[in-house]
Design a protein around this ligand. Structure first.
Ligand SMILES: *Cc1c(COP(=O)(O)O)cnc(C)c1O
Length: 402
């Protein structure tokens, strides 16, 4: 018999999107390791390795630290549903599509949700949060660290300060920033912090690491009603990832293997070195696109996310046509804008394994050709030239430093 469908033969793409990112071959090898039962004593012990690695990457001692079996959005569900119940009030900072998703998820709980908004391209103002929470009993303040739909980063220290003033738990989405930008859960005192496997961690999509500190655990224990979601109830999933290792759901074993290897790679490189690599490549990318006459979406340099760079689609250039050409002619995928930003924004992700000099230079050269083909005026080679200068300057700075 013949299968009606042919063999799986995907194209070989370079994914410079805001996720999923490129994956190291070591991670693919780990993922193809034959599986072991999710209750096998060997597997139960191996889960401890995963938790050790995760605590180092989150920079936390939190007991409750493990990967949820879900994509980054599952992390939002868990982080928001667990602390909230009827009678509670929460503030969610909204400045893009992912922070809006956090608000939408929170609004499905019986809690009262206050949105504090900022225009797309800017972080929310801590003073607006302060005003919104004045005289209220706010249980959680929800913040998206890297709002990858616009490439804005939010300063977590100032949000921690407001959360303290309001007596609120600080809940942070680091899906697009963990392992690509500095995040120190214990130092910043983030109460609930979650991420995603497929961005700067450079593992396949499908897992959402989360960490909950003792203070937040206390709040979860004090709930009067059960968490509205059975699957995302952290107190019961933790019985599987906790000392007891009692069955909750079947872990995505191959993904756990992959995440374990991806995290080993992160720590072999070292967090500081990894953050510096992300910054150096991002700086070269920005130097390159600006030299080509492309404007960045986020005006204030200090508000720019390192792992994702948003660029304005210039007048006279067709967004979809350019991205299709990059894909068809060069096998390069970048992100577009969504919602109100559709057709107006390009988003280039330089995350994890894909965040390399060779990819930056290749992208700039290919991008130049696509822009020229649409009649956009720029001086040939300007982008690659500026990126090379940026790399040389970064190295000169390091040499002086030594
Ligand atoms: C990608 C992303 C998400 C969603 O993750 P999925 O894995 O697509 O569910 C959430 N928040 C941020 C900040 C993201 O960048």
């Amino acid at each position: 018999m013949n299968s009606p469908i042919g063999e799986l033969l995907p194209p070989n793409r370079l994914m410079l999107t805001p996720g999923p990112s490129q994956i190291d071959p070591r991670v693919y090898r780990a993922m193809s390791t034959p599986i072991v039962g999710h209750l096998d004593p060997w597997f139960l012990e191996m889960m401890g390795d995963v938790q050790v690695l995760l605590r180092q990457i989150f920079q936390t001692q939190n007991r409750l630290t493990f990967p949820i079996s879900a994509s980054g959005s599952g992390g939002i569900e868990a982080a928001v549903l667990n602390p909230l119940e009827a009678g509670d009030e929460a503030i969610i900072c909204v400045n893009g599509a992912f922070s809006e998703r956090m608000a939408i998820i929170a609004e499905r709980t019986p809690a009262k949700i206050v949105r504090v908004e900022a225009p797309y391209g800017r972080p929310c103002d801590p003073d607006d949060v302060r005003r919104a929470g004045k005289g209220k009993k706010i249980k959680i303040l929800g913040v998206t660290h890297g709002e990858s739909s616009t490439s804005v980063v939010t300063d977590l220290d100032s949000m921690r300060k407001v959360a303290d003033e309001l007596g609120a738990l600080l809940v942070v989405d680091t899906v697009s920033t963990l392992a690509g930008m500095p995040i120190n859960v214990d130092h910043t005192q983030i109460d609930i912090c979650f991420s995603g496997s497929q961005k700067a961690l450079s593992a396949p999509p499908g897992m959402s690491p989360i960490t909950v500190n003792a203070r937040a655990e206390e709040v979860l224990r004090a709930r009067k009603t059960p968490v509205q979601s059975w699957y995302f109830d952290l107190t019961t999933t933790m019985n599987y990832w906790g000392k007891e290792r009692t069955y909750h759901h079947t872990a995505p074993i191959s993904l756990v293997f992959a995440l374990r290897e991806a995290m080993r790679i992160v720590l072999e490189e070292g967090l500081e070195a990894r953050w510096a690599r992300h910054r150096e490549n991002r700086d070269a990318l920005v130097a390159g696109v600006e030299a080509m006459g492309i404007e960045l979406f986020v005006e204030n340099p200090k508000d720019r996310q390192v792992t994702v760079t948003g660029m304005k689609v210039p007048a006279g250039v067709n967004d979809a046509k350019l991205r299709n050409q990059l894909l068809d002619e060069f096998n390069i995928e970048i992100g577009g804008g969504f919602g109100p930003l559709k057709g107006k924004l390009w988003r280039v992700g330089l995350m994890g394994h894909g965040c390399q000099k060779a990819n930056v230079l290749l992208f700039l050269a290919a991008f130049e050709k696509c822009l020229l083909d649409q009649g956009f005026r720029l001086s040939a080679g300007a982008g690659v030239g500026a990126a090379i200068r940026s790399y040389s300057e970064a190295h000169a700075a390091v040499a002086v430093h030594k």
